[in-house]
Design a protein around this ligand. Structure first.
Ligand code: BEZ
Length: 202
């Protein structure tokens, strides 16, 4: 399998944490891929018309995107029901937690693009504030979730979300606002799958 990859992307990290947890990381060839909110990447577009990473090319030549689909594919490949509970309340809880983590990431990445990719005189502070408000409300909801127990896609997504917050928004202060989440994340960030997928230093 080949994965369109960028070590700074938290969605790619999700996929790789799942791969490590399932013992599949060694079967994935990483293809480092530059992405931009404004520029066309023709190579990536040939596989994923949305030009987003991660995109997985399976051994039989299918292209899968985005991260929830790829993660479920990997779970299936390893027998199913491991990080995606197969049915019932456990499944809906894990899927809700995944959607919450992904939604927080969506808001954070829109902020990141506004701050890092737009010239200062063209930035729209109201936009950044609005996205940050969504991220903060999402984090407050994540604090109320039960993330203990078996490591599901919900917990993995939450871990990658908090990792991205530390990576790109180190002064956010989320640990002071959400001590329960901070305590939970202390154990999660030490896991081998999280250590193996840490974002780059800058
Ligand atoms: C980042 O550099 O923050 C980033 C890179 C790729 C995808 C999303 C975020």
């Amino acid at each position: 399998m080949k994965l369109r990859h960028n070590p700074a992307s938290p969605y790619v990290r999700k996929v790789m944490v799942v791969a490590h947890e399932l013992g599949l990381a060694g079967r994935i060839e990483l293809l480092n891929t530059a992405v931009s909110p404004v520029e066309v990447n023709a190579t990536l577009a040939a596989e994923n018309p949305l030009m987003k990473i991660p995109a997985l090319v399976t051994d039989d030549g299918q292209v899968l995107f985005d991260s929830p689909v790829i993660c479920e594919y990997l779970d299936n490949l390893s027998g199913g029901g491991k990080v995606f509970p197969s049915a019932g309340k456990a499944r809906w809880t894990a899927l809700r937690q995944q959607a919450l983590g992904d939604g927080i990431l969506d808001a954070l990445i829109l902020c990141r693009y506004e701050i890092a990719a737009r010239p200062e005189d063209k930035r729209f502070a109201g936009w950044t504030d609005g996205q940050m408000k969504k991220a903060h409300q999402g984090l407050a909801a994540l604090e109320r979730e039960d993330l203990s127990g078996p490591r599901t896609i919900g917990a993995i997504t939450a871990g990658c979300t908090l990792g991205y917050l530390d990576f790109r928004f180190p002064n956010d202060g989320w640990r002071q606002r959400h001590p329960k989440l901070a305590e939970w994340y202390r154990g999660v960030e030490a896991l081998p799958s999280m250590q193996a997928t840490k974002p780059p230093a800058s």
